[in-house]
Design a binder for this molecule. Structure first.
Ligand code: AMP
Ligand code: ZN
Ligand code: FE
Ligand code: FE
Length: 291
């Protein structure tokens, strides 16, 4: 693959059906190419199973693929997401933590199905399994898809505003590491940790100010500044945090295919920041010579 040209579009946060996106890695890479994205990071929730397919598709169509994972974390009951670029997916402690998280996500979603079904909502375990597909990291979006399919809500967004909200009586939490511990694990696995959408208030309680010092201490490298769930004020706040803690500022779409309105390349990362991120990652390899 050729080195990056000036003005290359770089999008470092996307999902496929290996977690709660709606497309395969090949479809994602083709969509990225059609959207003019030159470098794409695949960051499925808590899983790296989509990397190989994305790599192959990227090499074929000339899209650089950065292998990543969006690690689910939690701090005093609040959800925090940590992007990890180029971690070794076989690093024992990281792999064990991710597996524990995926396991707990299965139990948790099953408990939510039971609670909803007991109150007469049309949803079954089989349907959730069917919409998610085998092996995917299970999440509330899969439950949302069943509720949409069965006519309870018109779309995922409405389901999240309804029975799937964190404040809903049907909400069940799952195991997730503290963000500082996850940062440490990602660093140990040779990965580059970047805090995702730190000030996205519509997702629930914002704990960035509380957790950032410990994450920085543990080796945090970057922070997502430009993201759809950040307004002007949140972007400014994230940029200030980047300056204060010496973190690299990133921007990305958090694309989920048809599962969300987010479009590929709607927010981007600069080539300089990408180069700095890639220079720090030692756990996984890039295909081709474009970084
Ligand atoms: P979970 O990790 O299972 O608790 O579910 C959270 C996931 O759902 C996150 O990855 C979000 O990308 C996704 N999500 C959150 N809010 C919405 C929404 N309003 N519409 C669609 N997906 C959402
Ligand atoms: Zn997601
Ligand atoms: Fe996220
Ligand atoms: Fe995401």
């Amino acid at each position: 693959m050729q080195p990056l040209e000036q003005g290359a579009v770089i999008d470092l946060h996307t999902h496929t059906h290996h977690s709660d996106g709606t497309e395969s890695p090949t479809e994602l890479v083709h969509a990225a190419r059609a959207a003019g994205v030159r470098v794409l990071a695949l960051t499925d929730h808590d899983v790296s199973t989509g990397w190989a397919e994305a790599d192959r598709a990227g090499a074929q169509v000339g899209v650089g693929v950065v292998p990543g994972i969006e690690v689910s974390c939690s701090h005093r009951g609040a959800s925090v997401h940590l992007l990890a670029y180029l971690p070794d997916p076989d690093h024992e402690d990281l792999a064990a933590e991710l597996e524990r998280c995926r396991d707990s996500r299965r139990t948790r979603l099953s408990d939510m199905v039971d609670l909803l079904a007991a109150d007469g909502y049309p949803v079954t375990h089989d349907e959730v399994r069917e919409v998610a597909g085998a092996g995917a990291t299970l999440g509330r979006p899969h439950l949302a898809d069943v509720l949409v399919r069965n006519g309870v809500y018109p779309d995922r967004d409405r389901a999240f505003a309804g029975v799937l909200a964190a404040s809903s009586p049907y909400y069940v939490s799952h195991h997730a590491p503290d963000p500082a511990r996850a940062t440490e694990l990602v660093v140990a696995a040779g990965g580059v940790p970047v805090m995702a959408h730190p000030f996205a208030g519509r997702r629930g309680r914002v704990v960035a100010a509380e957790v950032l010092p410990a994450m920085v201490e543990a080796g945090l490298v970057g922070i997502e500044v430009d993201h759809r769930d950040h307004g002007t004020q949140e972007r400014a706040e994230a940029a200030r945090a980047a300056k204060r803690f010496g973190l690299l500022p990133t921007g990305s779409s958090d694309y989920h295919g048809q599962g969300k309105p987010n479009r590929l390349g709607e927010n981007t990362t600069s080539p300089e920041v990408l180069a700095s991120l890639l220079a720090r990652g030692t756990g996984a390899h890039l295909l081709g010579d474009w970084g």
